[in-house]
Design a protein around this ligand. Structure first.
Ligand code: CMC
Length: 429
């Protein structure tokens, strides 16, 4: 940490305080305002956290201007090329990539936890057949705390790690079960002879009546997609996990809160919204009309899969996914929506509205095209995001609860409601 400071002066009293600027390993320094209320009797105001660092973290760094993303210091492009999703899970949880033995032990540990309690299957069968899978995911993940009592002690590092393994292992089983429930097919037990992603594909597309082997192209593409979604520092769902977890609630409850946050169309729900938007646009001839709508301030329509709070350049994940979409479509057949997406991107990136606001395609823009080519219904897209992101959520939760200085998250507010007044008797209201 350097020794730069910024001096703040209250013009009405003339009182000044010097606030330290804290330097991280990368990125802009942050102004430490913790003494502000004590010294000057005021708080900071920053709706949407546009200028606020909510915590200190060592897990993920992204440079929005350069379009750079790193997990534990490793660039996302190198991880996507050289590592499996489970290696990246290990990296996020432990801080470094596993060697061969560590990887084998970790993979075994995850395999050991892939089954879910039979009671959870009954719980799941209580949902309506047309429930959105994200609604079922939120409910079932929250209910895990009622089934796995032996790993809920936040102060025990071993129990915390068991919870992390359980969540990473069980999320694909729960995700596939929500799909099977929605189509009325039997929920399949995991097959631990397959890879993490191969087993998920089996639980999605397999049937008890016939043999199933995952397609290597689908397995590889989905594994990379999980890896690209694994973490993204203090995004809305991760911040939700941290805030929920800061009350020392159980980790499953905190992850369920994050899952609910992810579902929103401004966040992980955008991948589903992109495909619905491409369907609505329908043909290249209609693109101009939709671009005009996106620019019209009186129209709530936005180009889904465009723009990002932090990236003011190409989202590096979108670049990798776009390339992969071409590869998957070679095997799975051309999709007119790919052509539409490419044309939309081209037009938007030349349009001054998008250029001046630095609105580029984000991670959700091309991922849906791959998901639907692989056969996933639109409703499952955000569930796939949640499978990848679970390890990020749990890594942030572990980082927070293992910090002896952890405090409950409790933002302040600028109150603009009624001033103090007396309750009138009911006859005069
Ligand atoms: N289409 C049209 N205009 C947009 C879009 C868009 N997709 N995104 C931002 N803008 C405009 C916005 O209207 C505003 O214009 P002005 O300055 O004239 O008022 C300006 O760009 C800045 O937008 P903002 O809403 O202040 O930016 P934000 O950082 O608060 O929001 C965002 C970021 C991702 C919520 C937003 O870009 C958006 O709604 N995008 C579409 C939904 C989407 O793709 N979400 C996925 C995000 S990435 C993955 C994830 O987080 O899960």
């Amino acid at each position: 940490m350097g020794n730069r400071t910024i001096t703040l002066t209250d013009n009405s009293t003339g009182k000044s305080i010097e606030l330290p600027l804290l330097e991280g390993t990368a990125g802009a320094p942050v102004l430490d305002v913790r003494s502000l209320n004590k010294e000057l009797g005021c708080f900071t105001f920053d709706p949407g956290f546009k200028a606020t660092a909510s915590c200190e973290s060592t897990i993920t760094y992204l440079d929005g201007a350069k379009g750079e993303l790193m997990y534990r210091g490793y660039p996302i492009e190198q991880l996507a090329e050289h590592c499996s999703f489970l290696e990246v899970c290990y990296l996020l949880l432990h801080g470094d990539l596993p060697n061969k033995d560590e990887k084998d032990t970790f993979v075994d540990e995850i395999r050991y936890h892939t089954m879910i309690n039979e009671g959870l299957r009954t719980f799941l069968s209580g949902f309506r057949y047309d429930a959105h899978p994200m609604a079922m995911m939120t409910g079932v993940i929250g209910s895990l705390s009622a089934f796995y009592h032996d790993s809920l002690n936040l102060n025990d590092p071993e129990q915390r790690m068991t919870t992390a393994h359980r969540l990473i292992a069980k999320i694909p089983t729960i995700a596939a079960a929500t799909y099977k429930h929605s189509i009325g097919e039997p929920v399949l037990y995991p097959r631990n002879d397959l890879s993490y992603t191969g087993n998920f594909l089996y639980m999605m597309w397999g049937r008890p009546t016939e043999p199933y082997e995952p397609d290597p192209v689908a397995e590889q593409a989905l594994d990379v997609l999980f890896l690209l979604h694994a973490d993204h520092e203090q995004n809305a769902s991760t911040s939700t996990v941290r805030l929920a977890g800061s009350s020392q609630t159980n980790p499953f409850g905190a992850i369920a809160a994050g899952t609910a946050s992810l579902w929103g169309p401004a966040h992980g729900g955008a991948n589903e919204a992109v495909l619905r938007m491409l369907d609505e646009i329908g043909s290249v001839d209609n693109i101009d009309k939709f671009v005009a709508r996106a620019k019209d301030k009186n129209d709530p329509f936005r180009l889904m899969g465009f723009g990002h709070r932090v990236y003011k350049n190409f989202d590096p994940r979108a670049k990798i996914i776009k390339k992969m979409a071409h590869r998957v479509l070679q095997d799975y057949g051309d999709d007119p929506r790919m052509e539409l997406a490419l044309r939309l991107e081209e037009i938007a990136l030349k349009d001054d509205y998008f250029v001046s606001r630095k609105l580029y395609p984000n991670v959700d823009f091309y991922s849906g095209i791959i998901y639907q080519a692989l056969g996933f219904p639109y409703e499952m897209f955000t569930v796939l995001f949640a499978i990848g992101r679970t390890v990020g959520w749990i890594s942030h939760w572990m980082e927070m609860v293992s910090d002896p200085k952890m405090v409950i998250g409790r933002p302040r507010q600028l109150y603009t409601g009624a001033a103090r007044r007396d309750v009138p008797p009911i006859e005069s209201r």
